[in-house]
Design a protein around this ligand. Sequence first.
Ligand SMILES: [Fe+2]
Length: 431
Amino acid sequence: MENEPEQIAFYESDMIKDLIGALKGRAPAGLMASFRTAQILFGIAALNQLSGFLDASLEEEDRRALIITDDFTVKFASQISKELNKINMSSKVWSGVKPEAPFDTIEEAVKICEDFKPKIFVAIGGGSVIDTAKAVMIKYEKPETNLYMILPFGSLGLRKKIKYLIAIPTTSGTGSEVTSAAMLTDINRDPPKKLALAHSELVPDFAVLITDFVKDMPPFLTMATGLDALAHAAGAYVSSWGNPLTDAMNIYAIKEIITYLPRAYKYGAKDIEARLHMQLAALMAGLGFSNSRVGIDHALGHSLGKVCRVHHGLCVGMFLPYTIAFQAKISERWKDLCPLFGIDSKNKDNDELFIEFLQNVKDFIYSLDGPVCVKEIKNPVINEEEYHKNLDLLVNYAENDAVALLSSRYIDKEILKRMFEYAWDGRTIDF
Ligand SMILES: [Fe+2]
């Protein structure tokens, strides 16, 4: 397998960085315009719709499903197995997914596939589960593929062994149920580093939203995954990579998150309406960023998350006020978001309006008991001296992140370092 020490992803090579830099980051967007999505099933008949489709489209000899999950979400597997049983489908449960999808788990699942020979994958879980399923599909179908070298264009040639990848999310944030992205963890780096895969063949064939599976999320997970969805939509929208299709997804996702995330956070399982709206909002944000590009809050967030072991959604949500301010120097797209936060822009100059907008973003995060700077992170508390001692590593991981490569405003190590410094105590980005 490819997990030898020192191996780097294609987007970390200087040649690729120079090439994309010469194209001014944004240019590849024009080459890759498309809108890809899973078939989306939701509502009380979602599972019936799915099994009806599978019954009609699968031959008798192909009715084997591998249910991919982790040791927490495995509790939902029996409901899916029962549904598949009704159409004479046998299923096997593999609950070996680990948080943040480390490489070694992929190999374990591939071995099970070689023995069981599933025709469909059903991934039930959060982002790590669905992302692991995507990586397992690649390595099962094409064992020779080097995960470090998957380019976001061309063909991978998947779906020869696995006919359908079905994603059933148990959180409302990553959007992985409809995206072309998979975030893995390269455990051969010290500390481990995120490895980003992006390819249209990784978009699941079905995204099935079962509100029962998300309704009991604890408040912290609701908040952190909800902030991830907000970062996807807002980061992608202000990055100016989008088109009317992705803009529609991102704008509406932000509107829904502002309305329903505080309710989902506060009332949990008692507010099923808010839970359903958050499922759809996270999915829309997933479509919005997957078909354009996620904001650089994710480059900073991936790095902080790995180096200081902070929840992904919490990191990217926290960086949003900094990366929006950075982007605002070259684009006024942030203005479109003001009405969503209830801000009246009449008789205000740009500076006044921006200050009010940024404060509203921060207040929204505060309303969910989230942090807006590193020193406010409680889970875990980050020591100031330790943070500053790790700055070079934080910068290095952020600069070598796939998201940084596609920033629509030029960034380099110096800029990233200043952003990390400002984020320690919440200074407003002024460069
Ligand atoms: Fe994310």
